[in-house]
Design a protein around this ligand. Structure first.
Ligand code: HEM
Length: 488
């Protein structure tokens, strides 16, 4: 006689209970894989809001670095409803960005960034998908790859000539007045960004939706407003289950910035349409976004790096002299050229040490873990967000001797290849490492070299202490003011 279904079920219950406990509490009962590993340590926080109150700054990289001293290089925090795994050492950052890339290749964007990136329609903020691959190919072929950079070389040379003559002219008029370095550099860099993206530097333009914009106003719409908007916080980012509650002032503000940027980009493209190769696969909006991407990426991070390098050299005149003499040794009375860079090791060292100490992108935009994985020997569950703290990696005491000190000499060590642009974590790592690192190096080294060849730099009195930063990147809060003396 066959047993009834009921009696089978009753007999099976103890087995289910037994297997449940086996699976839940005993390691050998678990599925083999990363979830047999310990979970990451948690930074203690409050119920519901988690660690939000401890992260008052809009850029929390310094707080993250401090927490790594207590909790180790990989720990988790809670920002409202989300769990964020924070990565703070070069080894674990490389593991997250290179070895475990296939599990952590998508992006998690804030509400502000979703609007400003036109829902991930940028190479730097897209997921690793077909659009990303197509858009990146376009960007490398037209602007950032080594062949494209060779074609754009005359733009860089013109930019550096213009900066040099503007500085000489200003000094002729008033030799003792401190120079606002940013004013001169920012404007020329924006000009270069427009030439690379659109084929020409535009002095003013009529935009139907906005009116006539000067070059300065274009810079505000395309660069300044965007950098400001990118760090705007919508409290609903932290509590997605409350997204049905409207946050009108936030949305209006970000949408306005986005619409002005798109209107201006469309007007600029129309103006230049004859010479821009749109390809057949991109829509007008996608094209506008990709051209804008090279403008904003050129106009910001390279300025941040060059301004900090000039600050450090103006403050440390002994190292400035060393750079000057190395430039003289290689170039003699000629102006430094890009083909000289590989021979001037100290110029390369100044560039990389500035990237390390003042990492222009201190935090990598959040990534999303789409399948269970592991980092630093810890289990990382699917659904977590990953914050790579580049500032923390570049200031890691276990990796760098006296990381607080700006010391270019550390990069003269033979273990560093002069051609390697990844000496620090500043440009990220792996498949999503910076696509503009070559351009950033050529522009920054070209400018730093010429500016030291032609002028003696000294900080204006009281400038030394002005090291605060502002914005999404680590831009100097106070523009660098320096007293310059032309060298003969
Ligand atoms: C010193 C200057 C710069 C620094 C420190 C820097 C830093 C970074 C970092 C850390 C990433 C990686 C983000 C990630 O892993 O998710 C990145 C990506 C990127 N950067 Fe830069 N960047 C610089 C200059 C530039 C410039 C000048 C451009 C272009 C004009 C540029 C274009 C890009 C692009 C397109 C990506 C995305 C690459 C991808 O997702 O495949 N960057 N950058």
């Amino acid at each position: 006689m066959l047993p009834s279904l009921n009696s089978v079920a009753v007999a099976a219950v103890p087995f289910f209970i037994f297997f449940y406990f086996l699976k839940r509490f005993l390691p050998f009962g678990r599925k083999m894989g990363s979830n047999t590993l310990p979970t990451v340590p948690e930074v203690p926080g409050l119920p519901i809001i988690g660690n939000l109150l401890q992260l008052k700054e809009k850029k929390p990289h310094k707080t993250f670095t401090k927490w790594a001293e207590t909790h180790g290089p990989v720990y988790s925090i809670r920002t409202g409803a989300s769990t964020v795994i924070v990565i703070n050492s070069p080894e674990t950052a490389k593991e997250a960005m290179v070895t475990r890339f296939s599990s952590i290749s998508t992006r998690k964007l804030s509400n502000a960034l979703k609007i400003l990136t036109f829902d991930k329609c940028m190479v730097a903020t897209s997921d690793y998908d077909e659009f990303h691959k197509l858009a990146k190919r376009c960007l490398l072929t037209n602007t950032l790859g080594s062949n494209a950079q060779r074609r754009h070389r005359h733009h860089r040379e013109t930019m550096i000539e213009n900066i040099s003559s503007k500085l000489h002219d200003t000094l002729k008029k008033d030799p003792i007045r401190p120079i606002n370095f940013r004013e001169v550099f920012e404007s020329e860099l924006f000009g270069l960004a427009m030439k690379q993206a659109l084929g020409k530097d535009v002095e003013s333009i009529y935009v139907e939706e906005i009116g006539t914009l000067s070059r300065k106003e274009m810079h505000k719409v395309l660069v300044m407003d965007m950098m400001e908007g990118a760090i705007d916080v919508d409290w609903r980012d932290f509590f997605p289950y409350l997204r049905w509650i409207p946050n009108k002032s936030f949305e209006l503000n970000i949408q306005r910035k986005h619409l002005r940027r798109m209107a201006l980009m469309n007007a600029l493209i129309k103006d230049q349409m004859k010479r821009i190769d749109a390809g057949e696969t991109l829509t007008m909006d996608q094209l506008a976004m990709l051209l804008w991407e090279t403008i904003i990426e050129t106009a910001d991070t390279t300025l941040v790096t060059t301004e900090w390098a000039m600050y450090q050299l103006a403050k440390d005149t002994i190292r400035q002299d060393r750079l000057y003499h190395e430039l003289q040794k290689v170039c003699g009375s000629n102006k430094v050229k890009e083909e000289n860079f590989s021979q001037i090791r100290y110029l390369d060292a100044v560039f990389h040490e500035t990237l390390r100490k003042h990492s222009p992108a201190p935090l990598v935009p959040l990534r999303y873990v789409h399948e269970d994985t592991q980092i630093g020997g810890h289990h990382i569950p699917a659904g977590s967000e990953i914050a790579v703290n580049i500032y923390g990696c570049n200031m890691d005491k276990n990796y760098w001797e006296n990381p607080e000190e700006w010391n270019p000499e550390r990069f003269l060590d033979e273990k560093y290849d002069p051609l390697d642009l990844q000496k620090t974590m500043a440009f990220g790592a792996g498949k999503r490492a910076c696509a503009g690192s070559l351009q950033a190096m050529l522009l920054a080294c070209g400018a730093i070299g010429r500016l030291v060849q032609e002028f003696e730099w000294q900080l204006k009195d009281g400038e030394e202490e002005k090291v605060d930063t502002v914005g999404l990147t680590s831009q100097k809060l106070h523009p660098l003011l320096a007293v310059l003396k032309p060298r003969n």
